[in-house]
Design a protein around this ligand. Structure first.
Ligand SMILES: Nc1ncnc2c1ncn2[C@@H]1O[C@H](COP(=O)(O)OP(=O)(O)OP(=O)(O)O)[C@@H](O)[C@H]1O
Length: 293
């Protein structure tokens, strides 16, 4: 892809503390590429910033964590402007998923040796999402891993919060409809995911989850005790099936619960009793590094 102009969206408050503007300037000067930058603010929607750039640049590159990345993705999906990620957050789930270098200078250099990949997103009750929808303990884990804890211990914040929330979790009954098939089930955590990475270290939810297969993966964690969670981690690493996990795959998923439940759609918290979810195949243009041979 020939790039003449890049617009960077930089979150100055995201996880990493480093001279990102100096890095951008050095790389763009060396490549003779014109660039601009917009800086995010706490109470300004990043999606609105991104929308203002349509038609004004060849590429929107986001320096931030998954909060910024998912918001920009939601603004760009279905359109022609490609995006790129320069990982600047704590977990950087999407960057890991796409094989983008976690080092900022390496990620900037990789912009010039990449190709456009069309990746899937999802819609939940008409809200677009890039990574996943979580109900139950996974949702609590993300909402409760707060900024202060993330600043202090980084990714470990999610693990600490997971242990706290797991101990308190109560199973919920779910009625699922996956591509027309009804399933009555229950568990402590239900995830409808587009991406395989969870963002806690290199921990992947399940092997074989793809962001380009035109389908979403539904993962149910049935039990709430720590040994069962560790079993899941072990089974994922060993790529084996586990009796505490159920896994389905589909294009259209409806989740119904008896009472309104909190759910997380990427970084956004919502409440609903019925979640109508569908995949948006190949809807986002993402610049990704070419695979190393
Ligand atoms: N200038 C700013 N000052 C303070 N907070 C900001 C600013 N700009 C954006 N934010 C906040 O940053 C959050 C998004 O952070 P982002 O996901 O980019 O990084 P992170 O939290 O380090 O990453 P991760 O999601 O991987 O933990 C949003 O809550 C947004 O309101």
């Amino acid at each position: 892809m020939k790039i003449k102009h890049i617009h960077f969206i930089v979150n100055p408050a995201s996880g990493k503390q480093e001279p990102v503007l100096a890095y951008i300037n050095a790389e763009m000067t060396a490549r003779k590429v014109d660039w601009d930058v917009s800086v995010t603010k706490k109470n300004v929607r990043v999606a609105d910033l991104a929308r203002k750039l349509f038609g004004k640049t060849d590429l929107i590159a986001v320096y931030g964590g998954d909060g910024c990345v998912t918001e920009v993705a939601a603004a760009l999906q279905g359109g022609n402007v490609p995006m790129a990620i320069i990982p600047g957050g704590t977990a950087n789930v999407m960057a890991r998923e796409l094989g983008i270098p976690l080092d900022t200078q390496e990620a900037l250099a990789s912009l010039f040796d990449g190709s456009i990949k069309k990746i899937d997103m999802g819609l939940v009750n008409d809200i677009p999402f890039l990574l996943r929808v979580n109900l139950g303990i996974m949702a609590d884990m993300v909402t409760q891993a707060d900024r202060k804890l993330k600043d202090k211990v980084g990714q470990l914040a999610y693990g600490i919060t997971a242990l706290k929330t797991t101990a308190l979790a109560k199973p919920v009954d779910y009625e699922l409809k996956i591509d027309g098939k009804r399933i009555e089930t229950g568990g402590v955590s239900l995830t409808v995911t587009n991406s395989g990475h969870l963002g806690v270290g290199d921990f992947a939810l399940q092997p074989g989850i793809s962001i380009t297969d035109g389908r979403l993966d539904v993962i149910l964690l049935k039990e709430n005790n720590l040994p069962s969670l560790l079993k899941v981690a072990g089974s994922t690493l060993l790529k084996q099936k586990s009796e505490v996990l159920e896994h389905w795959r589909g294009k259209k998923i409806t989740i119904t619960t008896a009472k309104k439940q909190s759910f997380i759609c990427d970084d956004r918290q919502e409440k609903a009793r019925i979640l109508r979810i569908e995949v948006l195949p190949g809807t986002l243009k993402m610049l990704v590094p070419k695979k190393k041979k």
